[in-house]
Design a protein around this ligand. Structure first.
Ligand code: 4NP
Length: 167
């Protein structure tokens, strides 16, 4: 018997507070990884913030420079997460406890809340980390630390999607 499996798109939303530092960087890193793995067509990747005060802005210039040094151009425009995102996305990946609680409060159902996970769950080179810390009030090293954690987490997330047979 010939079985034809339809390729299924997995939709991932990264969430932080302002959607100008951590989550747009995660989006860029994940997109590049997916392209390298030839899996870009199977993933839809986006990012959003729980706070809407930076709506429409490009990522913070400090994050754009740090990402550019790693060969990544970040062009996402900030937006606030909305309840409809729970219908659109399969996974909602948050950076810290504050994001987790804010996104959880927005979840319209228990099933929707089950889509929320933490970026650090997928970090294998930083097993002691429980959050990707907010770099906004930090210096240059804070942004580098965030990118190190996000690269680790995105690699782990991609592997977990492979293990689930989604890629
Ligand atoms: P993000 O960083 O949540 O990683 O985008 C922040 C951006 C803006 C602010 C705080 C954190 N803010 O207070 O405006």
């Amino acid at each position: 018997m010939l079985r034809i499996f339809a390729a299924m798109t997995t939709r991932i939303l990264f969430v932080c507070l302002g959607n100008i530092c951590r989550s747009p960087a995660a989006e860029g890193i994940m997109r590049r990884l997916a392209e390298r793995e030839g899996a870009a067509g199977l993933l839809e990747i986006d990012s959003a913030g729980t706070y809407g005060g930076h709506r429409g802005e490009l990522p913070d210039p400090r994050m754009r420079s740090a990402a550019a040094r790693r060969g990544l151009a970040l062009t996402h425009r900030s937006r606030r997460i909305a309840e409809e995102d729970f219908d659109r996305f399969d996974r909602i990946v948050v950076m810290d406890d504050m994001n987790y609680e804010a996104v959880h409060r927005l979840a319209p159902s228990r099933e929707a809340a089950g889509k929320i996970c933490r970026m650090t769950e997928f970090c294998r080179r930083h097993p002691d980390r429980t959050c990707v810390p907010d770099p906004y009030y930090e210096g240059h090293e804070g942004f580098e630390r965030v990118l190190d954690l996000l690269e680790d987490g995105c690699e782990g997330l991609l592997d977990s999607l492979k293990e689930e047979g989604r890629l």
